[in-house]
Design a protein around this ligand. Structure first.
Ligand code: ZN
Length: 315
């Protein structure tokens, strides 16, 4: 049963207390009812502090332990507002925007929350794309989209797969890669696309050998015309241009490359749910995934990124 608020006022009425938020998280975390993580017993009671105590072994389990909400010093009510803010707007929220909406004193808190939520936007164990897909790489971070300069190092390189859906686009996956070698491209395809699918690429040598990995490899050689790429692999190029527009529009283009992966995850989450009629459903999905994803501290997120820069906080 997918149960979620449909409007801001519904959200505010329904999740006005910590107990109501906690109850919602519990139902999403233990959809079949509470089961003790240690002994599996289904018998337990809820303490005043929001802990489930196992009736058989005495183990105390919390609906937020081991999730992105673990250790938070802010009320869950505020987290629910943040998740609503992020999912109710088509283009999402910037850290500055979230800070203002929630009235947070610290920019760092808003920034950290958004990154925690972005981690929850990748569903653990999500399935791979199948059918006919297009794969291509693109440079990010320059004003001009540099398609062919595969040897460049100052811009970030990403690889994108877009599923064909008639003339349109189905679902997508994307990843930042260090270079356009087969060692970088093949693992991305393996992680993102079901074997047996038709993988359409240009004639770049980094895609050679996909047949041996169990894919049907359709190659359309690129003839050096700047416009050709968007005609040959139109879906990937459409996705890349939407991604760039989003990074410039919502985030003022101030995304440092170290954190680009998080933004790619958010863009993918939004794109793959773009036809969803209800924004409340995105809220539901994100809360559901937030209780399935392990916590990350601010420190861990900083350490995750390679070589932080001075302007990281301007995201
Ligand atoms: Zn137990």
């Amino acid at each position: 049963m997918e149960d979620y608020p449909r409007t801001l006022s519904e959200l505010e009425q329904r999740f006005a207390s910590e107990a109501s938020c906690l109850g919602y998280l519990e139902r999403l975390r233990w959809p079949d009812g509470f089961a003790c993580p240690r002994c599996g017993s289904k018998k337990g009671w809820l303490s005043a502090r929001g802990l489930r105590t196992c009736a058989d072994c005495g183990y105390q389990a919390s609906a937020i332990a081991g999730t992105i909400f673990q250790g938070t010093r802010k009320p869950l009510v505020m987290w629910f507002r943040a998740i609503w803010c992020v999912t109710s707007q088509k283009t999402g929220a910037s850290a500055l925007g979230l800070q203002r909406v929630l009235g947070l004193r610290s920019y760092q808190t808003a920034w950290t929350w958004l990154h925690k939520l972005r981690r929850a936007m990748v569903r653990p164990g999500r399935d791979r794309l199948s059918g006919h897909v297009e794969v291509d790489e693109s440079f990010m971070g320059a004003l001009e989209e540099g398609h062919r300069g595969r040897g460049q190092t100052r811009k970030a390189l990403i690889v994108v797969v877009a599923q064909e859906d008639g003339a349109g686009i189905g679902r997508i996956r994307m990843r930042r890669i260090s270079d356009a070698s087969a060692q970088s491209l093949h693992p991305f395809v393996a992680d993102s696309v079901e074997p047996g699918s038709v993988v359409h690429t240009d004639g770049w040598v980094g895609y050679c050998g996909l047949e041996a990995q169990g894919y049907h490899h359709k190659v359309t050689p690129y003839r050096g015309d700047k416009k050709a790429a968007s005609v040959l692999l139109p879906r990937v190029h459409r996705v890349v241009s939407l991604l760039k527009r989003w990074l410039i529009g919502t985030h003022q283009g101030a995304v440092s490359h170290e954190y680009l992966d998080y933004y790619l995850d958010e863009f993918t989450f939004r794109f793959n749910r773009r036809t969803s009629r209800s924004r409340g459903k995105l809220f539901y999905r994100l809360v559901q995934q937030a209780v399935a994803v392990p916590p990350a501290s601010y420190r861990a997120m900083i350490n995750d990124a390679r070589g932080p820069k001075q302007n990281d906080h301007k995201v």
